[in-house]
Design a protein around this ligand. Structure first.
Ligand code: KIV
Length: 290
């Protein structure tokens, strides 16, 4: 039997190695083929198909209505666009909460139908059994603690977590529990910078922060925030590198003006018939020329 070793692909071991070498881990969300290609070519280490797609692509109010079918569909688009980056699929709300069998079925869809290399689940110590079950099915797991958007109703809103020493220690314990359970890395979201740095120092596995300060082993942002593809006020931690929303509006306005003025399409933007041919054909030519 021959195996094709894809040495060019970033693996979960490479992600662990980056922490040990003190190299920052770069993760961005991606939801479609062209974005995946661009991010992969730019050298992003991990592409996360986040359930944030429900909000930034689908216009939903929260991530809670996002389904497995939506996630698998978008993951497969991203899989076709990436060559090197590690691809992580985000398990949506209620896809890993009901039973071991259901969880494994859903997670395996990310791998088999979506082409993902790993999955991400939200939650601390209450996910220990789930993480172990996923690992027993050979599915690598990224954890996610702190502000976990699927717990929106339990948290009473999107609130920074771990603001007191007690809360910080509960989070540290959660991080240690899921590390022991076997996650290969974890997202720390919406935490005071000092708390995220303390957790990062205490862990062997890498942390990837979002709204969690500079002390994490890597950083992740939602690509629509990075591109300015959303015309809503951004959270404090977002750095917006472009203004796609305005660029798209401007491009559409320019197109509209060009069509209305008749400057689009120009002659070079039109197809033409083969030399000597006319739309009327022979008959018309004969009739005209007879
Ligand atoms: O869904 C998502 O995009 C995420 C990241 C913000 C970590 O979970």
């Amino acid at each position: 039997m021959s195996h094709h070793f894809q040495t060019a692909r970033i693996t979960i071991s490479d992600i662990g190695l980056k922490k040990r070498r003190g190299e920052k881990i770069i993760m961005l969300t991606a939801y479609d083929y062209p974005t995946a290609r661009a991010l992969d070519e730019a050298g992003v280490d991990i592409l996360l198909v986040g359930d944030s797609l429900g909000m930034v692509v689908g216009g939903l109010e929260s991530t809670l209505p996002v389904t497995m079918d939506m996630m698998v569909y978008h993951t497969s688009m991203v899989a076709r666009g990436r060559k090197k980056a590690l691809l992580v699929g985000d398990m949506p709300y209620m896809s890993y909460h009901v039973s071991r069998a259901r969880t494994l079925h859903n997670a395996s869809r990310f791998i088999r139908e979506g082409g993902a290399d790993a999955i991400k689940i939200e939650g601390g110590r209450k996910r220990i059994r789930t993480i172990r079950a996923l690992l027993s099915a050979e599915i690598p797991v990224m954890g996610h603690i702190g502000l976990t958007p699927q717990s929106l109703n339990m948290m009473g809103g999107y609130r920074v977590q771990g603001k007191t020493s007690d809360a910080a220690h509960v989070l540290l314990d959660d991080a240690l529990y899921i590390q022991d359970a076997g996650v290969f890395s974890m997202v720390l979201e919406g935490l005071p910078a000092e708390v995220a740095a303390m957790i990062t120092e205490r862990l062997d596995v890498p942390t990837i922060g979002i709204g969690a300060g500079r002390g994490c082993d890597g950083q992740v942002l939602v690509i629509h925030d990075v591109l300015g593809f959303i015309d809503k006020p951004s959270a404090r931690f977002v750095r917006k590198y472009r203004n796609f929303f305005e660029d798209i509006k401007e491009s559409a306005r320019d197109f509209r003006a060009d069509v209305e003025s008749g400057s689009y399409p120009s002659d070079s933007e039109c197809y033409h018939m083969a030399p000597g041919q006319t739309p009327e054909g022979k008959q018309a030519t004969n009739a005209a020329g007879a």
